[in-house]
Ligand binder design. Structure first.
Ligand code: DGY
Length: 325
C-alpha cells in the first residue's frame, strides 16, 4: 500500500503503520506542508494520514487520484476536510473522537482559572520585578466556586467541562445546544437555555461547538455586548466560531473581563491587538497535547487508515452514511 503521513505523529501510530505497510513516506520536517507540497505529496496514494492544519479539498482529492480510499484525520475536528466532496468520490474520512475529551476539557478549565485569577498576568508581573509586596488591591480577579458556567455546545467535551466544574466547584451550569442533554441535566442540574439567555446570565462562557457554516462567527460583537462585564470567555473548540476582531474590541472596551483562547480564527495568525492585551491567555492550540492523548490519537488515526486499506469500515468514519461505494 502506498500511504503518506503529512507530518510526524507520536511513535505508537507510526509503528502500527510500519508493521502493516513496511516503509512509508512522511513529512519529517517540523512544519506543515504548503498547499502545493500537499498536492504533490499525496499524488497516487492509497491513503493519507493528515492533520487539522491540512486543507483537504477537491484539488487534493484530484491529486491523490482514483485509488485513494481514505483521509485519516489526526484530530476529532474535521472542518479542514471537504467531507461532502470526499463522500461524492467514495473517499472515507475518519477522525479520533473520545480520547481527547478529558485533555481538552482540562485545558478549558485551566484557561478558566488562569483568566479568572489572572495567573499569567501575575506571573509576568512578578518576573518583571514589579512585585513590591502584598497589596489589598493587587491582581484582584473573579470568583469561580458557585458561579454560573455557560456551556455552548454540550457534546462530549462541553459536558465534561460542565461535570468537572459542577462537581468540583459547585458551579451552576447553563447550556445552549440544539439537543437536550438529559444525562448532563441529571448529573449536574444543568439547565438548557437559548444562547442569548446563556450569554446574559453566565459568569463564564465556554465554547464547545463544532465549526460549521452555522457556527461560524456564532460569537461576535452583539454577543459580547450582552455578556456580563465580569465574564470570562473561553474557546477551545475552533477559532472561526468567534469573531476574533470583535473579541479584541470587547476586551479593549472592557465589555468582558478576560478571555482564554486555545484556538484562533486564522491560525497561526492572530487578530491585531490580541497579544497586547494583558487579560488574554493564549496557548498555541494545545488542548489535546498530553502524552497519553496524542499517543492514543496517533494509534486511532493509524487504525482508521489500516482498517480502510484492508477493506474494513473504520470505526470512526465520519461519512459512513454518505459514501457512494
Ligand atoms: C482536535 O482534535 O480537533 C483538536 O483541536 C486537536 O488539538
Amino acid at each position: 500500500m502506498n500511504i503518506y503521513v503529512t507530518r510526524e505523529i507520536p511513535k505508537g501510530g507510526l509503528e502500527m503503520l510500519r508493521e502493516k505497510f513496511g516503509k512509508f513516506e512522511m513529512n519529517t520536517e517540523d512544519r506543515m506542508l504548503t498547499q502545493n507540497e500537499l498536492l504533490e505529496r499525496v499524488r497516487g496514494r492509497d491513503g493519507v494520514l493528515c492533520l487539522l492544519t491540512d486543507k483537504i479539498d477537491a484539488a487534493v482529492f484530484d491529486a491523490a487520484g482514483p485509488e485513494c480510499k481514505i483521509f485519516s484525520n489526526y484530530a476529532v475536528g474535521f472542518n479542514n476536510i471537504d467531507v461532502a466532496e470526499a463522500s461524492r468520490r467514495g473517499i472515507m474520512v475518519t477522525n479520533t473522537p473520545g480520547v481527547l475529551t478529558e485533555a481538552t476539557a482540562d485545558l478549558a478549565i485551566a484557561l478558566l482559572f488562569a483568566c479568572a485569577r489572572r495567573i499569567v498576568e501575575g506571573d509576568a508581573f512578578t518576573r518583571a520585578g514589579k512585585f513590591k509586596g502584598w497589596g489589598p488591591l493587587l491582581m484582584i480577579g473573579q470568583d469561580i466556586t458557585g458561579k454560573t458556567l455557560g456551556i455552548v455546545g454540550a457534546g462530549r467535551i462541553g459536558s465534561n467541562v460542565a461535570l468537572k466544574m459542577a462537581k468540583g466547584f459547585g458551579m451552576k451550569i447553563l447550556y445552549a445546544d440544539t439537543f437536550k442533554n438529559t444525562e448532563l441535566e441529571k448529573e449536574t442540574g444543568a439547565e438548557k437555555v437559548d444562547l442569548e439567555t446563556l450569554l446574559r446570565q453566565s459568569d463564564f462562557v465556554s465554547i464547545h461547538v463544532n465549526l460549521t457554516p452555522e457556527t461560524t462567527h456564532l460569537i461576535s460583537e452583539k454577543e459580547f455586548s450582552i455578556m456580563k462585564p465580569s465574564c470570562v470567555f473561553i474557546n477551545t473548540a475552533r477559532g472561526p466560531v468567534v469573531d476574533e476582531k470583535a473579541l479584541v474590541k470587547a476586551l479593549q472596551e472592557k465589555k468582558i473581563f478576560a478571555a482564554g483562547l486555545d484556538v484562533f480564527e486564522n491560525e497561526p495568525a492572530l487578530a491585531p491587538g490580541l497579544t497586547e492585551l494583558p487579560n488574554v491567555v493564549i496557548p498555541p492550540h494545545v488542548a489535546s497535547a498530553t502524552f497519553w492523548t496524542r499517543t492514543r490519537m496517533a494509534e486511532m488515526a493509524a487504525k482508521n487508515l489500516i482498517d480502510a486499506l484492508e477493506g474494513r469500515m473504520p470505526e470512526f468514519c465520519v461519512n459512513k452514511d454518505q459514501l457512494k461505494r
